[in-house]
Structure formats: structure tokens, C-alpha cells
Design a protein. Structure first.
Length: 116
């Protein structure tokens, strides 16, 4: 059984920072790519960032590149998303994701609200 639990969301002013965490239960965390997605009200869920199993390779959506940093600690089964220079348009529910075989696993999400 794989479970993902996100934390670290909250309310922040534009220009501020937040760090999200996602802890994964179950075996094999270190073998898989981890992803962050987000979903704003009335919009489809969109890709934010991804990190390879070793942490040596990362990928970002254009909208967050240079402001967000994804990292992972395989010893803690945890992936992070450091978000700097936040903008009101970053307001969304943020989800972490792992795909094992044909199955996508998602956390419950954590709300990030950026006030102008």
C-alpha cells in the first residue's frame, strides 16, 4: 500500500516563500521519479516539477522555473518543493505524485494561497 502525505501549505504574501513536503509510505520510494502537480480553482491539474530517483535530474514547468526547487531525501522517503518569489497565480492545491507501473498515486493535497 502506497500512501502520500503532503504538508507545508499555507497563506503567504506575494514575494514570500513556502516549503512543501511529501512523505511516502511503502517500499521502493527511492526507485521512482517523484512529481509535484497543482490545481487552481476552475482549472485542470498541471505539472509543476519532477525529480529523478537519485535526485540528479530535475524538470520544471516554465511558469515556476527559477523560482521553485524540487529535492528529495530517500532516507526519509520525502520529496520537497521549495517555492520562492511566490505570485498570486501560484495559488492552488499542490499534490505530490508517484507512478508505480501503471498506477498513479496521489496525496490529499495541500493548499497554497498567495495574497497580492
Amino acid at each position: 500500500q502506497v500512501q502520500l502525505v503532503e504538508s507545508g501549505g499555507g497563506l503567504v504574501q506575494a514575494g514570500g516563500s513556502l516549503k512543501l513536503s511529501c512523505t511516502v509510505s511503502g517500499r521502493g520510494f527511492s526507485l521512482y521519479v517523484m512529481n509535484w502537480f497543482r490545481q487552481a480553482p476552475g482549472k485542470e491539474r498541471e505539472f509543476v516539477a519532477a525529480i529523478s530517483w537519485s535526485g540528479g535530474s530535475t524538470n520544471y514547468a516554465d511558469s515556476v522555473r527559477g523560482r521553485f526547487t524540487i529535492s528529495r531525501d530517500n532516507a526519509k522517503n520525502t520529496v520537497y518543493l521549495q517555492m520562492n518569489s511566490l505570485k498570486p497565480e501560484d495559488t492552488a492545491v499542490y499534490y505530490c505524485n508517484i507512478k508505480i507501473g501503471p498506477i498513479d498515486y496521489w496525496g490529499q493535497g495541500t493548499q497554497v494561497t498567495v495574497s497580492s
